[in-house]
Design a protein around this ligand. Structure first.
Ligand code: FAS
Ligand code: PHB
Length: 390
């Protein structure tokens, strides 16, 4: 097999990259260990920032998003007895959209099928070769158990936090930073109309809670739980009681509606950055290069921003112009570290620990953010997203 760009990973980063390359006449093949159905079914991100929406619209992927996406002006920040709305449009002139990653993935894959994109699923034994040459390749075993070699001009590592690409950067070349937070998120999907117009991020002494949503009939909730939490210890009643307490059920007449829980999972909270995001003819994008705690709603949006930078860099490289490819890692990492900081800042501000001094600091920071236009604009600027290429 031969192509111009071998893409490892058929998640949002990999399939969006193939879409942007195809628009410029560059051929690619996308590989994934999982089935197309499995990748499409993963419940993950829910919020698209302005830059992501603008990009998807610009490249012909915005039609269903425009019909089914829900534009939000801002978010609510809450702590016991108080709830404050931050209006991003008033503060920084940018919005966010509620449109689940599963929907983005569906739109990407539908477009891939429509253009005849090669998506090779259920592969195994993926390995990267000769990355320091101009003839790299990827070997793998296909779904029929047949060993394959995909020769390419470039390899794009879009294989998430557990793929082989990040490890293909030699130890002496790569540098990594990692932080594991002392709590996780228990996330649920529920068949119940949202009890709020826009997302509620709630600080509470029992732990953080988030009221998000997927549509007018499906809500998405998260609860801060200890690391290693067993879902068996959280029956439905305990989940709803915890959400009601932390989100302020009964506060100023507000009520939390409950419903059938259709999906539940525990998500550890991690920050991770690897640099450089390029080694020879290997380029990393998305979770393959960085992980952020989801408190800032940055994971998916950062993957999109990487690919928006990488696609034109690869098109130019394949035409003989190396400038954008040589600048890719440094340019991408500026945004990666900005989003890594913001995600850390939102996470440490909103998740109560046991230390009473830290709790007072968190409440003081929340009071400042909701009462100071500068503080509110700082959150809005980061949450609603910086322009691509920041
Ligand atoms: P992805 O992980 O989506 O895709 C990588 C793909 O590579 C996968 O399909 C995988 O099967 C494939 N792959 C792995 N190893 C391979 C190999 N050896 N060979 C071939 N293919 C291989 N972000 C938010 O903003 N909000 C959230 O609420 C949120 N919740 C999340 C919950 C979970 C459980 C996880 C894991 C992530 C969550 N994220 C969230 C972050 C998430 O949305 C990611 O940022 C986003 O999926 C990144 O997209 P990709 O970089 O394409 O990586
Ligand atoms: C979600 O809806 O899944 C979601 C929303 C905002 C976040 C994290 C997750 O910060």
């Amino acid at each position: 097999m031969r192509t111009q760009v071998a893409i490892i990973g058929a998640g949002p980063a990999g399939v969006l990259l193939s879409h942007l390359l195809a628009a410029e006449g560059v051929d690619s093949v996308v590989l994934d260990t999982r089935s197309e159905e499995y990748v499409a079914s993963r419940i993950r991100a829910g919020i698209l920032e302005q830059s992501t929406v603008d990009l998807l619209r610009d490249v012909g992927l915005g039609e269903r998003l425009g019909r089914e996406g829900d534009r939000h002006r801002g978010i609510h920040l809450q702590w016991p007895g108080e709830r404050h709305h931050l209006d991003f449009v008033d503060l920084v002139g940018r919005s966010v959209w509620v449109y689940g990653q599963t929907e983005v993935q569906k739109d990407l894959v539908d477009a891939a099928h429509a253009r005849g994109q090669q998506l090779v699923h259920e592969v195994s034994d993926t390995a990267l070769h000769d990355l320091a040459t101009d003839r790299p390749s990827v070997t793998f075993t296909d779904a029929d158990g047949v060993p394959q070699r995909l020769e390419a001009d470039v390899v794009a590592g879009c294989d998430g936090s557990f793929g082989p690409s990040r490890g293909a950067v030699p130890e002496g070349v790569r540098r990594t930073w990692a932080r594991t937070y002392p709590y996780s998120w228990l996330g649920i999907l529920a068949d119940v109309a949202p009890s709020t117009d826009e997302l509620i991020y709630a600080w509470h002494p029992d732990g953080f809670a988030l009221h998000s949503m997927r549509s007018s009939t499906v809500s998405r909730f998260y609860l801060q739980v200890p690391n290693g939490t067993d879902l068996a210890d959280w029956p439905d009643d305990r989940i709803w009681d915890g959400l009601a307490t932390r989100l302020g059920h009964g506060q100023d007449g507000w009520r939390l509606a409950t419903g059938a829980i259709t999906d539940r999972s525990v998500l550890p909270m991690r920050s991770f950055v690897q640099q450089p995001m390029r080694h020879g003819r290997l380029f990393l994008a998305g979770d393959a290069a960085h992980i952020v705690p989801p408190t800032g709603a940055k994971g998916l949006n950062l993957a999109v921003a990487d690919v928006a930078l990488l696609a034109p860099a690869l098109v130019a490289l394949l035409a003989g112009d190396h400038a954008l490819a040589d600048a890719y890692s440094a340019t991408a990492l500026r945004r990666v570290w900005r989003c890594t900081h913001f995600s850390w800042w939102m996470t440490t501000m909103l998740h109560a620990g046991d230390d009473p001094f830290d709790r007072e600091l968190q409440l003081a920071q929340l009071r400042w953010v909701v009462s100071s236009e500068a503080g509110a604009a700082g959150l809005a600027e980061n949450y609603a997203g910086l322009p691509i290429g920041f």
